[in-house]
Design a protein around this ligand. Sequence first.
Ligand SMILES: O=C(O)CCC(=O)C(=O)O
Ligand SMILES: [Fe+2]
Length: 277
Amino acid sequence: MISFSKCQVWSWQRRQTIENLEDVIDLDACPLGNENFIASGKKTLAENGVLTLPGFLRAKAIETLVAEAETQKHNAYFTASTHNVYLTEPRPELGEGHIYNRQLTSSKGCITTDQVLVDSGLHTIYDSSLFRQFVAQIVGEPGLYEYADPLASINVHFASEDQELNWHFDNSDFAITLLLQAPRDGGYFEYVRDLRNAKDDDMNFAGVTAILDGKMQPSVLSMEPGTLVLFRGRNSIHRVTPTIGDQTRILVVLAYNAAPGIALSESARMTFFGRLG
Ligand SMILES: O=C(O)CCC(=O)C(=O)O
Ligand SMILES: [Fe+2]
């Protein structure tokens, strides 16, 4: 007879794993393979620069994923960094007081793909061909691929009281997020659509100054736990306001590439995760 230690039995009972895509994604509310659903998502993203799918995660899955995140939180790499809105090195020739060089502070904790439990529903979503094809069609790419490094594909972000992600433009073409836990207050996603045009190298210093100085009113994207957000942030400046209260904001970022074999740059990995692999 095989005998189990108390500890094993306890951990087996405690961990509820997610085996099927249907267990984690509400495919009735979000029929990812349905042509009309895909076409309407594509249209919304093109028109608004953002697509939100409320109720994407099942309530039970949110609970499980929050519990998982809590158990892994001690592994998170916490950073407080300063950056400009373009996430680039300063350009001294413009002068210290120039808006290009204005330094903002961001602080948050993050766990990486290799730290997400192997049987987590986050891998189920990320690896699912149905989900990947859905996103590919919405963003207009022939295919989407995971990062070649073991860190950058799935990240879980933690923002405890007073932590925030300050104004920035993303380097990537699009980002997918899943809010798992909202704070009691704060943690609002604010943005201004198409504030710059990266392709034409138009940095819109006047517009950026207006938003940083509080002279322009941003839009606020409302999201509940379980909402999927697909956001084109390369030209739309955005931030997450400080968490207020003792409940941590927990948010998952799913990142794909349009080509296989691409790793996140070593400098970005060191900045975001504090290690290379
Ligand atoms: O936390 C969020 O909702 C957005 C995160 C974000 O903008 C980013 O990771 O670049
Ligand atoms: Fe961003």
